[in-house]
Design a protein around this ligand. Structure first.
Ligand SMILES: *Cc1c(COP(=O)(O)O)cnc(C)c1O
Length: 220
């Protein structure tokens, strides 16, 4: 078994004080690993690839809350719409609209987070502050989708001050948009922090961390 049970308990303890939620990122990991963590009480699991999500969901316990954390293409929303718990990586108005449309079709409200580009790296997905403002203006016209907050990924660097700065920037945006007239009362999720930087993220105000390799070991 490759789940790091000790790390799981340690992280859970670290998160408990601030009521921060843990999403266990199980991408590329086998069902057996997910079951092992499930047996310890973990219910929130995150996957990046739609294909993997739709393969794992039917064969694992029904009370698992599946988080789609990766880059999501509009044409794939329909595959996860019936069961997904939270879509973290909404980076365009087009995608948000499609999620609302699929929510209508499945007759359920789909929760999601707006992904903001906070890293200085080009490779990370997410909206700019300006795009975010535009999306917020249009929110009331949406279908069965509820925007619960924001998500961001910091730069992949050992420079802690830079990572902190990026998280702090996201937290400020999150707080600012919480006051926006289009925002619903359920705006209460700030998803930031991964294995390498979740402690910094919590310090900067994260309410939900997405941790993979610390729990499941390194990926191929
Ligand atoms: C893979 C991934 C994670 C988890 O990364 P670790 O470094 O293994 O903790 C978190 N968030 C996103 C968006 C990811 O793609």
């Amino acid at each position: 078994m490759s789940v790091n049970v000790e790390a799981y308990h340690r992280i859970k303890e670290e998160l408990a004080a601030g009521h921060v939620q843990l999403v266990a990122v199980s991408k590329t990991k086998p069902e057996a690993d997910i079951r092992e963590l499930y047996e310890l009480g973990q219910r929130d699991f995150g996957e990046n690839y739609v294909q993997e999500l739709v393969e794992k969901e039917p064969v694992l316990p029904k009370d698992i809350r599946w988080h789609c954390i990766g880059h999501l293409q509009s044409n794939k929303v329909k595959y996860i719409a019936p069961f997904v718990h939270l879509v973290h990586g909404v980076d365009s108005w087009k995608l948000l609209k499609e999620i609302g449309r699929q929510g209508d079709k499945c007759n359920r409200v789909i929760d999601c987070l707006l992904q903001v580009h906070i890293a200085r790296e080009e490779t990370k997905f997410g909206m700019s502050e300006e795009e975010l403002g535009e999306v917020m203006e249009k929110l009331p016209s949406l279908g069965n989708v509820r925007v619960r907050g924001m998500m961001g990924m910091a730069s992949f660097t050992v420079d802690e001050s830079r990572v902190k700065e990026e998280f702090s920037f996201l937290k400020k945006l999150y707080d600012r948009f919480a006051e926006h007239p289009s925002v619903n009362p359920d705006w209460n999720i700030l998803s930031m922090g991964m294995s390498a930087d979740y402690q910094l993220a919590i310090f900067e105000g994260s309410t939900m961390v997405r941790v993979g390799s610390l729990l499941f070991g390194a990926r191929e």
